[in-house]
Design a protein around this ligand. Structure first.
Ligand code: HEM
Length: 182
């Protein structure tokens, strides 16, 4: 993944646990550098090793690390120009979800090795939506849950998210039920 993700994780971990912890995480992950070039593409294995080391060092599960990181990412990545692009998609949670694919696609121009996720949203009842998340990667659905809560916090909406389907094959989506709470 692009170094921007590893940098987001570094700043998130340093905020929560301090910079000594981050150095220990990098040591444990067998990653030499402690900082990353945001616009350089690194092997996914680097990101997974870093997340694994954060879990081991903090005693937290992958869910407990990835979900709050997802919420943090909305702030962190939202500060970039790409975040402005996403806000232009609309002022509501649902409008911004609908703008996610275009936003990630627009990043492709500056990050040509990007392997962006893709989202589909369908209204299935009053204030209830089915959200499908497609990715070439495994294990990131807890991060998506955090991302969704972070996105809703930004538009000052309250939501409840439950994962209803865990993908069985790479081409399948993970599916979530998202309810807007009034
Ligand atoms: C706010 C601005 C955002 C920016 C600038 C941004 C940018 C990025 C970048 C650079 C990556 C790395 C992909 C790669 O290196 O291949 C990424 C991954 C990802 N993004 Fe975004 N993102 C943003 C918001 C969001 C939001 C709000 C969501 C979901 C609600 C989301 C979902 C994801 C997921 C799930 C991944 C992991 C990659 C995967 O699933 O395969 N992003 N994003």
């Amino acid at each position: 993944m692009y170094g921007m993700v590893n940098e987001g994780l570094r700043i998130f971990v340093e905020k929560e646990h301090g910079s000594d912890m981050w150095r220990e995480v990098c040591d444990m992950a067998g990653v030499e550098a402690t900082k990353f070039e945001r616009m350089t593409s690194y092997h996914d294995a680097v990101t997974y090793a870093l997340v694994g080391a954060v879990c081991q060092k903090t005693g937290k599960s992958a869910d407990e690390v990835l979900q709050p990181f997802g919420s943090y990412w909305v702030d962190f990545a939202g500060q970039s120009n790409f975040g402005t692009f996403l806000r232009l998609a609309g002022n509501t949670f649902v409008e911004r979800i609908k703008g996610l694919d275009d936003m990630h696609d627009s990043i492709l121009l500056s990050m040509p090795h990007l392997k962006p996720p893709s989202f589909e949203i369908a209204e299935i009842g009053a204030d209830t939506y089915e959200l499908s998340y497609y990715s070439e990667r495994e294990g990131l659905s807890p991060m998506v849950i955090g991302l969704l809560y972070g996105l809703a916090a930004e538009t000052k909406e309250k939501i409840k998210v439950e994962q209803t389907v865990q993908k069985a094959a790479v081409s399948d989506p993970d599916v979530f039920e998202v309810t807007l709470l009034r």
